[in-house]
Design a binder for this molecule. Structure first.
Ligand SMILES: Cc1cc2nc3c(=O)[nH]c(=O)nc-3n(C[C@H](O)[C@H](O)[C@H](O)COP(=O)(O)O)c2cc1C
Length: 193
């Protein structure tokens, strides 16, 4: 267990979760990763199919190597999407690590042929991130790495079968600074009859 304080309850975790992009150098244990995966698979799953599987990467050299391969594709995508100049220059910087130097990357992979896999895997992703928050860990979805993670050479390198795709790449680690949750708009209610 990483957390020294009592774990947060569900609503506290929901309200305190934030994307963390700066981590302590100390990584998280295999036991902690297993606890996060156990929380992930408690998500609802259409027709009880559990169409997910997980790849865990804690090898820092491999993380850097994937980051180096992902950055050009992510940058090109951002240029197409007309992202602001500050973000583009961050991604173009040679020292920028797309995984923010986190020591753990968890890939939630789903069966390509299962039409509910996307929903199931993202529910699992939120479970995992809330569990991480409850355990005083930080997490962040790294969607900008998805295109690269789904290229055949990287899938082969990570043992991801051809019939699965990476849906939710999530970094996890011990946050190195305290931070606040980002603001949200009030829920837009279209109808309440
Ligand atoms: C599908 C998806 C993809 C995301 N991709 C990235 C990413 O590539 N890099 C990053 O720093 N944050 C990424 N994020 C995190 C969002 O930027 C973040 O959730 C949003 O700014 C709201 O902040 P919060 O999570 O702290 O509430 C992603 C989030 C989602 C849901």
């Amino acid at each position: 267990m990483v957390h020294l304080l009592a774990p947060l309850n569900t609503l506290e975790a929901i309200n305190q979760r934030r994307s963390v992009r700066s981590f302590c150098s100390k990584g998280i244990s295999r036991e902690t990763v297993r606890q996060l995966l156990a929380a992930a698979v408690r998500a609802p799953t259409a027709m009880h199919q559990e169409p997910w599987a997980f790849a865990v990467i804690q090898d820092r050299q491999l993380l850097k190597s994937i980051s180096d391969r992902a950055k050009p594709l992510a940058l090109a995508e951002m240029q197409r999407a007309d992202c602001d100049a500050e973000v583009l220059s961050l991604f173009a910087h040679p020292n920028f690590n797309i995984f923010y130097n986190a020591g753990t990357l968890i890939l939630i992979c789903g069966q390509i042929a299962n039409p509910m896999a996307v929903a199931d895997c993202w529910l699992a992703a939120e479970n995992l991130m809330l569990a991480a928050c409850a355990m005083s860990l930080g997490s962040c979805v790294i969607g900008s790495a998805s295109e690269t993670l789904n290229t055949p050479p990287i899938k082969a390198e990570l043992g991801i079968p051809d019939d699965m795709q990476v849906l939710a790449p999530i970094i996890v680690g011990v946050p190195d600074v305290a931070g606040k949750p980002s603001p949200r708009k009030e829920p837009r209610i279209l109808c309440w009859k």
